[in-house]
Design a protein around this ligand. Structure first.
Ligand code: G3P
Length: 220
């Protein structure tokens, strides 16, 4: 499963990239707004840090404006994937962009039919938001399982990015469900690496290592 980090924060991206597990980055207007920097400058810096898909969201409302904006965003870097909301105008734009080989990540997906239509329109990625479904009492991960089954039934190559991840269980269930990618907030990502037994084990090994006699240095 590909691991993307869901942030536009440079420090978080740098720290996560240093662990060697990051395959890409997803951003959205909310995440970008937190950084207080112009979009193109920020995305260029992110692209310099990660050699993988970098999702940047188009905010235009009608399909021809989305297409125009997407062409502009795609020119920022070869790794830019344009995020387009899963609405009718978005699907119309994806259909045009897919013919121009502009990679799209169709976002704000909350149902299996939406995901099927995103694939039909030519989306490279689809982003079902599991956390926001959980937030209203649905089982977000059921949507991932449904989309995986539908896509596999028809050999659909659109990649499923599990998004709106709130906790480590979402990541585990995403992998169990066969999702292609999970886009993980920094704090969740850091928690996924930790385990109290690992910390206890490291401390015990270090304490026991102190008991190992050290070789005498020559001449002493
Ligand atoms: O970036 C897309 C998605 O991961 C946003 O998640 O936490 O705003 O529901 P969230």
């Amino acid at each position: 499963m590909k691991i993307f980090i869901d942030t536009a924060n440079i420090q978080q991206i740098k720290d996560a990239v240093d662990t060697g597990i990051i395959d890409g980055v997803t951003t959205n207007p909310t995440l970008v707004s937190r950084e207080g920097r112009p979009l193109v400058e920020l995305i260029k810096e992110i692209c310099s840090l990660v050699d993988g898909p970098i999702s940047v969201e188009a905010v235009s409302q009608n399909w021809h404006e989305i297409v125009k904006e997407a062409r502009h965003l795609a020119k920022i870097d070869k790794n830019v994937v344009v995020k387009v909301p899963l609405v009718k105008e978005g699907l119309k734009a994806v259909k045009v962009l897919s013919k121009e080989k502009v990679q799209t990540n169709v976002t704000l997906c909350f149902s299996a039919p939406q995901a099927l239509f995103a694939a039909k329109a030519g989306a490279a990625y689809v982003s079902p938001f599991v956390g926001r479904l959980d937030d209203i009492g649905h089982v977000g991960m059921d949507l991932i399982r449904d989309i995986r089954r539908i896509y596999d039934n028809y050999g659909i190559r659109t990649q499923i990015i599990v998004a709106s991840i709130r906790n480590p269980l979402h990541v585990i269930e995403a992998a169990m469900a066969g999702a292609d990618c999970a886009t993980i907030p920094y704090d969740v990502l850091m928690n996924l690496m930790k385990h109290p037994l690992t910390d206890i084990g490291v401390e015990r090994f270090l304490n026991d290592w102190k008991k190992v006699p050290k070789a005498r240095s020559p001449g002493r």
